[in-house]
Design a protein around this ligand. Structure first.
Ligand code: NAP
Length: 529
């Protein structure tokens, strides 16, 4: 499979502009020769117009066809073979084992959505049959279900070239719901995006999808992304990346004549709170687990534990000694891009320059490779943490701040200063946790996923996962970007009042031809009416 380097507009390739960029290899600090053509405003418009048409065509197709499309994407991605992994390894610097796992996760996500829409009950159908004799006014027949929202713009993330990129956590559920997807490929892995786009186009053609169900555009600046968000045909946006980028797109979307939702996941510091008894009995194992989590994938995870709260208590010294030794022995790792690496050193240095912040531990740096990060742990007292909002911010990469509080009261005070987070972790025995309800409540208030005695890295893909959180972890706190419920970002509910049975969608017909579970007159059942 050859890299095309052109924009994918429906089933055609297009390269109107001479403005190009190349793949950057972070480990080698060089570029690959292929050129990727940035999209023009005309190409943006063409992709959006095709998507609008495809949306109307998709509505006429049975759901099973969309499920076939999702499965075909998984087959075509796997058919690319190791070339895809090798390209991802070059473009991101992420190790092959990690990339293998991430590809498997992506396949799993798409397969789960195919299963979800084949089964069909996800539309959350509810039916309230008419009561014409009700007094003083007759009750109409009302039936409700989720319907697709329209063309969805997806921004691939830099840190997950498969699972949060072209065929990732936004595209999968958007297609599953019945929407076309227009991807703005992330400039950090254009070759991986290109190969994935080819797989999707093949899958769409072989399963008879309308042209425009997928387009993908390149840009190494902001114009194309902004034009996609502003285009009148766009109905929703999925994004994972920086607070600055997410909020810029969010504002753009709200300033449109027709505002649209931007589901932006914008990072988090994922506080870990260690209660005294737990620290005393688990000092060594905790230090090892934490060091592994902080440095996993060069710390380039939205769930990286950036803040660890402890109290001055028995076990602290042992914990600190072990934590220091673990971090010191961590091997250097390549970061995703030169820009991300530069930002890591800038922000971690700024954190270390703050009043009363000390350098607690730094990993060695002996590799010949470029863009390597040194894992860095800083230390500060609870009092100084509370006083300095700069220390509450994320440093993307292998950085974490150890906050040593004088006692549990100071720890509680510190927790009150935290903003919305994707996750929060509590390290405590059942008894100790039960004895500290205020701490539990403070953490619960700010997080989307509450972890007990575990680190936040590692996001299971299953229905009970919630990956999102109160602002600013996510722009809209009600929705997850992982798991089946992530489909709810790309649908809207619609009621049908007094419609003849033959004209209703199958999901709402009396005979229940799809055999799905529905709420019929307040009873959940798969029975016909
Ligand atoms: P980013 O700068 O937020 O960019 C993400 C995507 O959004 C890219 O496609 C980018 O376009 C686009 N974009 C950003 N700002 C935009 C704007 N104002 N208008 C239109 N499009 C815009 O993220 P990144 O490049 O992946 O990494 C930079 C930083 O983001 C990291 O250092 C880290 O702090 C954070 N990050 C967070 C997460 C997370 O999990 N929350 C993941 C990755 C990165 P271009 O590609 O053309 O620049």
């Amino acid at each position: 499979m050859n890299i095309q380097g052109q924009n994918y507009i429906g089933y055609s390739l297009s390269s109107q502009s001479d403005k190009t960029f190349q793949s950057y290899l972070p480990a080698q600090d060089t570029n690959l020769p292929e050129k990727f053509h940035c999209a023009t405003p005309d190409e943006v418009n063409k992709a959006m117009q095709l998507a609008e048409k495809a949306f109307n065509e998709l509505a006429k197709l049975p759901t099973t066809k969309r499920a076939d499309f999702l499965i075909a994407i998984t087959e075509e991605i796997m058919a690319i073979g190791d070339v895809l992994l090798e390209r991802a390894n070059l473009e991101t610097g992420l190790p092959m084992v990690r990339l293998q796992g991430e590809r498997a996760r992506t396949i799993n996500q798409l397969t789960q959505f195919a299963g979800l829409i084949r089964e069909g009950s996800w539309v959350d159908a509810s039916i309230d049959t008419a009561a014409p004799d009700r007094t003083p006014v007759p009750k109409p027949d009302l039936r409700k279900m989720f319907i697709p929202i329209g063309p969805v713009v997806v921004f691939g993330s830099s840190n997950f070239p498969f699972a949060y990129s072209v065929a990732g956590v936004d595209s999968g559920p958007a297609w599953a719901a019945g929407n076309p997807v227009i991807v703005k490929a992330h400039a950090a892995h254009p070759g991986v995006s290109d190969l994935t786009a080819q797989a999707i186009v093949k899958a769409a053609q072989r399963t008879g999808m309308p042209e425009g169900i997928f387009s993908m555009l390149y840009d190494d600046g902001f114009e194309v992304g902004a034009a996609l968000v502003k285009h009148p045909a766009s109905k929703a946006v999925g994004f994972t990346g920086s607070y600055k980028g997410g909020m810029a797109l969010y504002r753009m979307a709200q300033e449109r004549e027709e505002p649209i939702p931007v589901y932006a996941e914008m990072g988090s510091v994922n506080p870990i709170v260690v209660l005294p008894e737990y620290l005393k009995t688990n000092a060594v194992s905790l230090a090892k687990t934490l060091a592994g989590s902080v440095t996993l994938g060069a710390g380039q995870f939205c769930t990286n534990p950036g803040l660890v709260f402890v109290t001055k208590t028995e076990g602290l010294e042992t914990f600190e000694e072990q934590y220091k030794s673990e971090i010191t022995n961590i091997a250097p790792a390549t970061m995703l891009t030169a820009g991300i690496c530069k930002a890591f050193y800038k922000l971690s240095s700024e954190a270390l320059e703050q009043d009363n912040v000390t350098k607690f531990a730094v990993s060695g740096l002996s590799s010949e490779q470029q863009n390597q990060s040194q894992a860095t742990i800083a230390k500060v007292s609870g009092k100084d943490f509370i006083a300095n909002p700069k220390l509450h911010e994320e440093v993307f990469g292998p950085f974490s701040l150890l906050v040593v509080c004088s006692d549990l009261d100071e720890l509680q005070d510190a927790l009150m200063h935290l903003k919305g987070q994707l996750t929060a972790s509590l390290m405590a025995s059942e008894k100790e946790a039960a004895a500290n309800p205020d701490i539990l409540h403070l953490l619960s208030k700010i997080c989307g996923r509450f972890v007990m005695n575990g680190v936040p890295t590692g996001v299971e893909v299953c229905p009970s996962m919630f990956h999102g959180g109160p602002f600013p972890a996510a722009s809209i706190s009600h929705f997850t970007s992982v798991g089946r419920h992530s489909i709810l970002r790309f649908v809207r509910p619609q009621s049908f009042q007094d419609w003849p049975d033959s004209l209703l969608p199958d999901e709402l017909k009396n005979s229940n031809p799809l055999g799905i579970f529905r709420l019929v007159n307040n009873e959940t059942t798969a029975r016909a009416i």
